[in-house]
Write a protein that binds this ligand. Sequence first.
Ligand SMILES: Nc1nc2c(c(=O)[nH]1)N[C@H]1C(S)=C(S)[C@@H](COP(=O)(O)O)O[C@H]1N2
Ligand SMILES: [Mo]
Length: 423
Amino acid sequence: MSETFKGKSTSRRAFLRGAAAAGAGAITAGAAHSATPDPLITEPQPWAQGLGEGVDVTPYGLPIKFESDVVRRNVDWLTADTISSINFTPIHALDGTITPQGCAFERHHSGAIELAKEDYRLMINGLVDTPLVFSYADLERFPRENHVYFCECAANTGMEWAGAQLNGAQFTHGMIHNMEYTGVSLRTILAEAGVKPEGKWVYVEGADASSNGRSIPMEKALDDVLVAFKANGEALRKEHGYPVRLVVPGWEGNMWVKWLRRIEVTDAAVQSREETSKYTDTLEDGTSRKWTWAMDAKSVVTSPSPQAPITHGQGPLVITGLAWSGRGAITRVDVSKDGGKTWETARLAKPGERMALTRFYLDTTWDGNEMLLQSRAMDETGYVQPTKTQLRDVRGLNSIYHNNCIQTWWVKPNGEAENVEVS
Ligand SMILES: Nc1nc2c(c(=O)[nH]1)N[C@H]1C(S)=C(S)[C@@H](COP(=O)(O)O)O[C@H]1N2
Ligand SMILES: [Mo]
């Protein structure tokens, strides 16, 4: 049940600067507003000649059929089966920052379980004054908080270390979602049980077969961790931990225990098999770095991108993407059209919020020439997202986790985009 993915292939789209400069500028501008009569304007349309669907046809609404391709997708060869597996958020097709639960990526070690609220119990034990067990109804009686946070799997972008590999932002960067959580602060629950002075860690586990046990230092547990039961206003979906999950802002997804069953206060980190592998990244010199919990600042252009090509030809173009940092708020995002030679500062749709996705836009004009599109995030600590070369110099090629390097999309004169690397 480790999070190791099947073999990475070597670079297959290594792209050298300037190698494909020929043939640029082939696109002719299509007029945005045509003067020729348009039947959609001049003729009565079927949807205006009859009646639409009444209320109650769909008591719980789903996206209209025309959007049926905006779904989570799996990459078959990544994992051996779909039980201990992962799928990806269609970030190339979303806008704004909130991820609808229905298309938010899932990562399970032993499948998504069905646990009713009536059967739900949360136990808190270990180095506490009073071990306690809460029902779901008990949790609802504590003061609640609302916060928007991103959850990123440590393996997000993990297949891209050795070379440009998966052709789409959904697959390279889609192990992330961003929701508004409602829940009780873990601090409140720990205070109810009374943490003994020797209590330095909490060991948290889920009710599923894998249990996904993880240790979290007490400092974080008392800071901003949430015991959450709602996401985007409604109950958590089964696949996201119904009825209760842990929310560990800014830290890697594997600590966000779903179907939260037990919190044990301990004096040291519990070294489970999972933790030894999960909390470790192999470095260039063969040594490892351990306990890399916070997700470093990262960004990606979601459109245009391989799954979201430019279809309208040259002229006005909205370049957009997402930026985030596990260490605080995003303060600035720059966009390059020439593989990092020159940069323009993008517009943030809203000021960056701590440990939440930030949407950026570059409202520009496309001349129809090829672009090597990149985005580069900066956070409130002053950290700047590294290039792939900079990251490899430190971490080598054998890593899987915590790949936060700058992504490049090669946008061709026909508007199609491809995952490439610049050297
Ligand atoms: N109980 C339990 N919690 C879990 C897991 C799991 O398999 N079981 N997977 C973890 C991992 S590795 C990640 S990345 C996140 C993913 O959360 P999501 O499925 O809501 O996207 O849940 C974490 N919490
Ligand atoms: Mo994960």
